[in-house]
Design a protein around this ligand. Structure first.
Ligand SMILES: Cc1ncc(COP(=O)(O)O)c(C=O)c1O
Length: 468
């Protein structure tokens, strides 16, 4: 009988060989930290729907889903077609295009708080611009962010991330950020009262790390009121939640209107892309000032070679149009997306609902397996993303786990996670980072059943080794 690690090596010989070569090319052997795994990472070749395959010919049910960028699954025919059509017309026309206008209109149709928008190449670029806009608009310098909330890898965003801080950032930059624990109403109010130089408050609206550290909507609603009271720009980082938590993101689901919204991932239909949008008067800090009365003549410049790239625009627009296509369960619009809906098309009423329905079923199944095996862990999460925390017991709320964030933090940094990730890869399931499951509309009953079986096998193997 092989251990989990032995099995991992045996199943993935080509990946092991490639990783040894990659270590000579890339620091750590990888091109994104979350893809790092010891003793080696897995090399994938292609994907379709909810599945993908590696260089050793192993098949996986994919819960990385392009780091959350794929709500339709891999290579959805409508997206493939949109990109094919565009690529034959040119990948970069170095000019304004109607494609970028259609893309902006598709975003605005789903997120009405966005009056004007600018596109970028990534979410990180978008959070840089959102922070700069807020600073320029208010004439103030400091920004409040919450501990464990992730806003990309740019200098300001990285400050105070307990599990993602970085050398190489000047102290002067750090001094412009105020990092608070989230959920503490009194502390936020005290901070706003005592500091008159705060330009903005930025947060992930379902909680840090895509809801790993959940926040209740009541807190976010209160943040909306208090930021308005103190004249502070409220920035929703909807890079994960946008077009996923509901077609209009967390702001639609919770009924809260931020001043600025940052988007990426699903926005570009699986291609690279980001955006910041929101109130016209803030976004217009980017507009050109030809008015002689404009005494400051100051504007934010916004170049960027791949801003609103036509390929991303084509994929993004098609994806957002499919998401916007809400219909009655069993209604006529299913034909648009048969690939994504698969056998369950009669039950579906929007792509986000479809992905969420699957996530709820999976959450239930996986928690039953945990109970049945007597493993202390919890699978929780809102919408179509789930989190698994080892060492945490059911607290009565599977949407918003109410266990203390410090306890969740310990669970998320536990050494069990990389072992669990390998045990699941051995069973043909890729859990992103070992603790985050991202679902798509292509995850159907067959995938869910297979995942629950794989989960049970992986946990049995972990128990045998005394890991779970
Ligand atoms: C909430 C959040 N904000 C910002 C980012 C950064 O986006 P990107 O990786 O496109 O730079 C991410 C990426 O995962 C994210 O999850």
């Amino acid at each position: 009988m092989h251990t989990i690690s032995e099995q991992y090596r045996k199943k993935h010989p080509s990946s092991e060989r490639l990783f040894q070569q990659a270590k000579e090319l890339f620091p750590g052997g990888v091109t994104h930290d979350r893809r790092y795994l010891t003793p080696f990472s897995i090399y994938m070749t292609h994907g379709e729907g909810a599945r993908k395959w590696d260089v050793d010919g192993n098949e996986y049910i994919d819960y990385a889903m392009g780091h959350g960028a794929l709500i339709l699954g891999h290579s959805h025919p409508e997206i493939v077609l949109a990109v094919k059509e565009q690529i034959s017309k040119g990948t970069h026309l170095g000019a304004c295009t109607q494609a970028e206008m259609r893309w902006a209109e598709a975003v605005k149709a789903l997120i009405p708080s966005i009056e004007k928008i600018r596109f970028h190449s990534s979410g990180t670029e978008a959070t840089i611009m959102a922070m700069r806009l807020a600073r320029a608009y208010t004439g103030k310098s400091r920004i409040i962010k919450f501990k464990n909330h992730f806003h990309g890898w740019q200098d300001y965003a990285v400050i105070g991330n307990a599990d993602y801080s970085s050398p190489g950032i000047p102290r002067e930059v750090a001094d412009t950020m105020i990092v608070l624990p989230d959920g503490d109403i009194d502390l936020v109010e005290k901070t706003l009262k005592e500091n008159k130089d705060i330009a903005a408050l930025i947060l992930e609206p379902t909680g840090g790390r895509a809801g790993t550290y959940p926040l209740k909507p009541e807190f976010i609603r209160w943040l909306r009121q208090i930021t308005e009271k103190y004249g502070v720009v409220l920035i929703f980082d909807e890079i994960v939640t946008g077009f996923r938590i509901s077609p209009g993101g967390a702001q639609e689901r919770f009924g809260i209107k931020p001043d600025l919204t940052v988007l990426a991932k699903i926005l570009a239909g699986g291609l690279p892309g980001g955006a910041v949008g929101g109130k016209k008067e803030i976004m217009d800090m980017i507009t050109f000032r030809n008015d002689p009365d404009w005494d400051k003549n100051e504007r934010i410049s916004h170049p960027g070679t791949f801003n609103a790239n036509p390929l991303s625009a084509a994929a993004g627009t098609r994806c957002l149009e499919l998401i916007a296509n809400r219909h009655e369960k069993g209604g006529s619009a299913e034909a648009l997306s048969e690939h994504a809906y698969g056998a369950q098309k009669t039950k579906v009423y929007s792509i986000t609902d479809r992905a969420e329905e699957s996530a709820k079923k999976l959450r239930e199944e996986l928690n039953l397996v945990l109970k049945h095996l007597g493993v202390s862990a919890l699978v929780y999460g809102l919408g179509s993303t789930l989190h698994i925390a080892f060492g945490i017991e059911y607290d009565g709320d599977l949407d918003y786990c109410t266990v203390s964030h410090n306890k969740i933090k310990d669970a998320m940094s536990s050494e069990v996670i990389p072992m669990f990730r390998k045990a699941m890869l051995n069973e043909g399931v890729d859990v992103f980072g070992g603790n985050w499951l991202v679902l798509s509309a292509a995850h159907g009953d067959k995938e869910l059943e297979q995942t629950a079986e794989a989960f049970e096998n992986a946990l049995v193997n972990m128990k045998k080794e005394g890991i779970a």
